[in-house]
Design a protein around this ligand. Structure first.
Ligand code: G6P
Length: 614
């Protein structure tokens, strides 16, 4: 939700700001803007994408070695030029960009209006700019202190960057609830600020992840970090491991396609070194450290949103099957507000690609207050969730830029598989022989995913062409493949704007069957594992009502081939591992349909990748 960048140093800021905003555009693309300080303050902003901002600034003065940029996902105020960031204070001296929501902005605005402030936008951010200036003038303090005092009055979430027309050597950043990374540049006094490390990695590998409630100030070339309570902190410098090609398209038309094709590697990376086939052991530190806790667990609660919630559902099936431990999977947004029962012998697993989703973070905080042990399964290293959880295992999917999640999902399922097996092993619920079988099959998965990618492309294109103009799609699956059906449907609606629903196959008869006619494509995940015969009957029921069946089947399954309209074959594997294979053609199907419908695949309308607002 909104991407922010900032620069101070000897170079010109503009190129970094624009490139950085392009890298962060996955966080929102309702409007874009930059501010540059070079004697005077120049602000350029526009509704639309970073490319529109680039057109706007063409031929204009973009000099300045201090600057900030913003790409917006609108919360307060419609996406238009005026509501685009940066925003100015009353005098125009202070300039601010913001990611997050100031929840008490209305009451702050009321007070400021009474004090004679005039506002030009509908945003909560402008209120903050005015508040800081009001404090600076009335308390007669410097900008840093004014920011600090203002943030003490603010309720809500923010990552902000501030520059001041009258302080030509000053850049301030602060965060609470929204992410912020500071890059230590190669030149003296050179610093970068961004919502995540992707804009920074091209320039430096040394970064400091800002902690909750911290304010950073670069002044006279020196970086100082303090808490909003005014306690000085020593910046901890991390070395970035991310590579530049990981965040570029590398010859693919879209990030989403690149990320789909990266899955053999991302799945492999997410399991690599985490178990030993030879001595049947796990090398996951979190499992070792929490062995006693895991042995005494009564229940696991999994929280997440969107695709991560779907991975959580697969996790539920996995953990209950292998570890025989009750699991509840909750939408983080519901969990946090419904006064759930949480016990100190619960393990709460948060699943999140970004590690920043506001609802998931809040659910974890609630669980922490109630004494549960928190475990994170996140993709972005240095993000908030891994930092507030007691333990965790990263998914090593690498940066995921396409807004619709693909490789992060399969990486999450991979890690959850290992977790389920690890917990099963600690609790004595799995035999050595079964563990060996699972490890052997897991090792085959990257190769099998590659096989699916190599073999299904033409088929998926043909199906996409035939159904690209339909209004509705139904996805059905059973057992492990019910979440796959949900995920397939979500992917299609997210990027092609076709209405799609995922259902447990057996539930079809309780409602969705009424929708089936000759125009209704039904994607059925029907591998020769699990509940094959039952799902086969569902396919017959669809055909009896003239529905169009697109079946994902185990290779060589002639029985379904003989009645389905289209089949996509995947290699045979363990029932529990089918989601890792069956998901792939569904991702490709939504991708190709969206491309054929001329949709913006990587940046679907109204969505954002990192949802740092509730
Ligand atoms: C947004 C994204 C989804 C993602 C969800 C949860 O809605 O568009 O792709 O699944 O947030 O995000 P997280 O980063 O917590 O996995």
């Amino acid at each position: 939700m909104c991407g922010i960048v900032g620069y101070i140093g000897p170079d010109q800021a503009y190129d970094f700001l624009i490139k950085g905003l392009q890298r962060l555009e996955y966080r929102g693309y309702d409007s874009a803007g930059v501010a540059l300080l070079d004697g005077g303050l120049k602000v350029y902003k526009t509704k639309g994408k970073v490319s529109d901002l680039v057109s706007l600034t063409e031929g204009k003065d973009t000099t300045g070695s201090i600057g900030m940029g913003h790409t917006r996902w609108a919360t307060h105020g419609e996406p238009n030029d005026i509501n685009a960031h940066p925003h100015l204070s009353q005098s125009g001296d202070l300039c601010i960009i913001h990611n997050g929501i100031i929840e008490n902005y209305a009451s702050l605005k009321e007070v400021l209006l009474e004090r004679g402030h005039e506002f030009v936008s509908d945003t909560d951010t402008e209120v903050l700019a005015h508040l800081i200036e009001d404090i600076r003038e009335n308390e007669e303090v410097d900008v840093f202190e004014a920011v600090r005092l203002a943030l003490n009055e603010v309720v809500g979430a923010y990552a902000i960057v501030i520059i001041s027309k009258n302080d030509p050597d000053l850049l301030i950043g602060a965060r609470k609830g929204s992410p912020m990374v500071i890059g230590h540049g190669k030149h003296e006094g050179e610093y970068y600020i961004a919502s995540d490390a992707t804009p920074i990695v091209e320039y430096t590998r040394e970064v400091t992840y800002m902690e909750e409630g911290e304010i950073a100030m670069v002044k006279d070339g020196q970086l100082t970090i303090k808490t909003i309570q005014n306690i000085e902190k020593t910046p901890y410098i991390h070395k970035l491991e991310m590579t530049l090609d990981a965040i570029e398209k590398g010859g693919y038309d879209h990030f989403m396609l690149k990320e789909i094709y990266e899955q053999p590697k991302s799945i492999y990376d997410s399991m690599r070194g985490r178990f030993s086939q030879e001595d049947l052991t796990f090398a996951m530190q979190s499992l070792r450290e929490y062995e006693t806790k895991i042995r005494n667990l009564k229940r696991i609660i999994i929280v997440g949103c969107g695709t991560s919630w779907h991975a959580g559902l697969v996790g539920e099936y996995l953990i209950e099957e292998f570890a025989r431990l009750p699991v509840e999977v909750e939408y983080a947004s519901e969990f946090r507000y419904r006064n759930p029962i949480i016990n100190s012998d619960d393990l709460v697993i948060a699943i999140s690609q970004s590690g920043e989703t506001a609802d998931t973070l809040a659910a974890l905080e609630l669980a922490k207050e109630n004494g549960a042990t928190l475990y994170g399964v996140c993709n972005v290293v240095g993000s908030s969730i891994p930092r507030i959880t007691h333990a965790g295992a990263h998914t090593h999917a690498g940066p995921e830029i396409g807004v619709a999640s693909t490789k992060a999902f399969t990486a999450q399922v991979t890690v959850l598989t290992l977790l389920a097996l690890g917990i099963a092993e600690i609790r004595g619920q799995i035999t050595k022989a079964r563990l060996r079988e699972m490890f052997t099959e897991l090792e085959q998965i990257p190769g099998k995913v590659q096989k699916v990618l190599d073999s299904c492309a033409d088929k998926v294109l043909e199906i996409s062409e035939k159904y690209m103009n339909v209004q509705n799609f139904l996805y059905l699956g059973r057992g492990y493949n019910f979440p796959v059906a949900l995920e397939g449907a979500l992917k299609l609606k997210e990027i092609s704007y076709i209405h799609a629903e995922g259902y447990p196959a057996a539930e079809m008869k309780h409602g969705p069957i009424a929708l089936i006619d000759e125009n209704m494509p039904v994607v059925v995940i029907a591998p020769k594992r699990g509940y094959y015969e039952k799902v086969f009957s569902n396919i017959q029921e669809i055909k009896a009502r003239k529905g169009q069946v697109i079946a994902v089947i185990t290779e060589g399954d002639e029985k379904i081939k003989s009645i389905a309209d289209h089949t996509i074959e995947i290699p045979d594997t363990e029932d529990a591992l089918v989601p890792l294979l069956a998901t792939i053609p569904l991702q490709l199907l939504s991708y190709h349909i969206a491309v054929m419908r001329n949709c913006n695949v990587d940046q679907p309308r109204n969505l954002a990748k990192s949802v740092t607002v509730e």
